[in-house]
Design a protein around this ligand. Structure first.
Ligand code: ADP
Ligand code: ZN
Ligand code: ZN
Length: 668
């Protein structure tokens, strides 16, 4: 019997494309982009057809037959496969490992029932939509100019929307979207936000603005059923706007006409496990591939993006002022804690400012990027401290939960009643996390309504949203939180931001630490005074003369970014250098290092610089030692070329050491 041959990508490590036979006479001609059920290693799995061929390099009798083609689902577009292929090549992973995990789980299970039912539900939801926007506020001239520039851009046009906090970037996106949707009845727009907690705010804005328009959301908080439905709505071209977190960059969007990346500087756009991709970078590639505009919005752009805007590869659109009439940026004061000593973590200046806000019925936010009660407990008598037995890290005291917790391996212990080495019953918490600040505030301001928002307080599904809603409704006087509260939220009643302990990041070894700290402080400061009332930001620091704080005080992103870029240029760091990081982990550090040394020596080259292996700063996590090797080159193609060959050799080594490669690492 005559056969055709299907090349199928499967979600397997190493080589992930396999040939299968398909009988030609079956009457069903498979298409590239369709999902197909195939036998693999005594199981049946779903794969993606990436080619249909007349011949195979493998002898016919060695090949197995594909079982069934999922013809109910429209094939994934070739351009989507090209995107997955690019990501796979660029990040040095097999195609199947990129393409398949991006699809809803229900599409990847051997049974087909789920698929039919979902598809039916979607057809029911398919009401005619009306993209006529409603309730558009009048834009100020700078907003209007930006919205028009985005809305009318043709072809691949990368744009940086550089607008101070509260300058009304959301409104610019919405009006640009209205222009694109109004012009093209099939157009789809992809809008990415860095954090799942920011989706409800924007979802609300979009729904209010475009009643009746089909909006799909894609983020990790959806149930499998919801995810399937939203993914299909995007794939079938029915959802006109798709709003999501980084994983949405791999959504299938056949009519994609505009991409918006809000808060583009945010490190959350980088996936930090498995396929370590940057959703922002893939978005730019996708816009280029499709020849469409992309807008990257931020008050504190990443240095990469700022560099591109400076060299005119990206077009810069600027919003210099806050949008709400009379709203100005907050006054930033530096509180020198050498002079104004802190009590319960708070200086007298911050306490007085909190008191004033309470009297006036305004909201305050205290920002401390450390969750838990105290980062460590110790014994004064013998010097014992609460180290994690499995990691190079402290066990953090979580007082409300009565636990010591390691934030790296999630080991949990009951709080010891006495010192494990000397028996002393007087164990002391050292330092301060959000729980301890909350406790101190409650004692100091018994009448105030205090709410803590961090990863611990928002563990339950829906609790983060409930907490943010309470803040918006004005049911909170003092909000205490980690970076979760620093991003994107439009708190209208907030007039005071206190930044409690930012200094540690000043002396970090990570060369990106100052870029991040600066962005974080500008962002959290930007939560104050958004609705027009006079507002202030108090930064508690022992290093009040540090240039970073001076720049925060002057709201001077431009000059600070300029000086950081100059430092990076001189030091030969990104964005003037392209990097990849090989990480190895083993029960013993020596084995990880030995593997990396072999990796360093296995492919001699002049084209890239291969550094020596070093243990990672946090060497041991969960009883595993970790080391890394940095490879760099001023040429991206040279680095890519090297990595391709190198990865092949590393795979062939079949080392027992676990290793992974990260391209464009952001934590080194
Ligand atoms: P950003 O994202 O730039 O920090 P937002 O988009 O959240 O700022 O806007 C800040 C506030 O300004 C919001 O409350 C928004 O409703 C308001 N706003 C935006 N544009 C206008 C405008 N043209 N007129 C009046 N208010 C506006
Ligand atoms: Zn002791
Ligand atoms: Zn641990």
């Amino acid at each position: 019997m005559a056969h055709c041959f299907l090349q199928v990508a499967l979600d397997t490590p190493l080589n992930s494309c396999f040939d299968y036979r398909w009988p030609c006479a079956s009457g069903e001609e498979p298409l590239v982009g369709q999902l197909v059920l195939v036998p693999f290693a005594r199981r049946e799995v779903v794969g993606l057809i990436v080619a249909v061929k007349d011949t195979s390099d493998v002898p016919v009798d060695k090949l197995k037959d594909a079982i069934a083609v999922r013809s109910q689902l429209a094939p994934l577009p070739e351009r989507w496969i090209a995107l997955a292929r690019f990501a796979a090549d660029y990040y040095q992973r097999p195609l199947g490992e990129v393409a398949l995990p991006g699809l809803p789980k229900n599409l990847r299970v051997p049974k087909t029932v789920a698929l039919d039912r979902a598809l039916k539900k979607l057809a029911k939801n398919d009401t005619p939509h009306d993209p006529t926007p409603s309730g558009m506020p009048v834009l100020n001239p700078a907003q209007q100019e930006a919205a028009n520039a985005i809305g009318s851009a043709a072809g691949f046009t990368p744009m940086l929307l550089y607008g101070v906090t509260g300058s009304g970037k959301t409104e610019v996106y919405l009006q640009a979207c209205a222009q694109v949707l109004g012009r093209d009845p099939d157009a789809q727009i992809l809008v990415l936000v860095p954090e799942i907690n920011l989706t409800p705010q924007l979802e609300g804005n979009i729904q209010a603005r475009f009643p009746g328009l089909m909006l799909a959301t894609l983020h990790s908080g959806l149930s499998e059923g919801e995810r399937m439905l939203h993914w299909l709505a995007a794939h079938e071209g029915k959802a006109r706007i798709v709003l999501g977190t980084r994983l949405a960059i791999l959504a299938s969007l056949p009519n994609l006409k505009l991409i918006v990346i809000d808060e583009e500087h945010d490190p959350s756009y980088k996936q930090q496990e498995g396929l370590r991709y940057s959703a922002r970078d893939l978005a730019v590639w996708r816009a280029h591939q499709l020849g469409i505009p992309i807008v990257l919005g931020s008050a504190t752009p990443s240095l990469e993006t700022w560099h591109h805007a400076g060299s005119h590869r990206y077009r810069k659109l600027e919003l210099r002022e806050r949008a709400v009439r009379d709203a100005v940026l907050p006054t930033v004061k530096l509180i020198d804690t050498e002079r104004d000593r802190v009590k319960d973590g708070l200086s007298s200046a911050v306490i007085a400012a909190l008191r004033q806000r309470l009297d006036r019925g305004e909201q305050s936010l205290l920002f401390l990027n450390r969750r838990g009660y105290a980062p460590v407990i110790s014994c004064d008598a013998c010097g014992w401290i609460s180290n994690c037995t499995r990691c190079t890290a402290f066990m953090v005291l979580h007082k409300p939960e009565h636990r010591l917790r390691c934030h790296h391996c999630s080991l949990e212990l009951r709080i010891p009643r006495h010192c494990p080495t000397c028996g002393n019953v007087d164990l002391q918490p050292l330092g301060r996390g959000t729980q301890r600040v909350e406790e101190g505030l409650a004692a100091m301001f018994p009448e105030a309504r205090i709410l803590r928002i961090d990863a611990d307080s928002t563990r339950l599904k829906g609790s983060a949203q409930a907490a943010f809603d309470a803040v918006h409704r004005g049911e909170v006087d003092i909000l205490v939180g980690t970076q979760m509260v620093a991003k994107g939220h439009d708190f209208k009643k907030l007039t005071l931001v206190g930044i409690l302990n930012p200094d540690t990041a000043l002396f970090s070894q990570d060369y990106r630490a100052s870029e991040r700290l600066f962005a974080q402080l500008m962002q959290v400061a930007g939560r104050a005074g958004r609705a027009g009332a006079a507002s202030e930001v108090l930064v508690q620091t022992r290093y009040a003369s540090h240039p970073l704080y001076g720049a925060v005080q002057r709201h001077d992103y431009d000059r600070f970014a300029g000086s950081l870029l100059e430092e990076r240029r001189q030091a030969g760091l990104p964005p003037f250098m392209y990097q990849a990081l090989l990480r190895a982990e083993a029960p013993e550090l020596a084995n990880a290092i030995a593997f990396l040394e072999a990796a360093r020596d296995c492919l001699p080259t002049e084209a890239v610089m291969i550094n020596d292996p070093i243990p990672m700063t946090m060497t041991r996590v969960h009883n595993t030692d970790r080391a890394q090797l940095l490879v760099e080159s001023p040429s991206r193609p040279a680095l890519q070329h090297f990595l391709r060959e190198w990865v092949e050799i590393l795979r062939a080594m079949k080392s027992r050491v676990r290793w992974s490669l990260e391209v464009d690492p952001i934590d080194i």
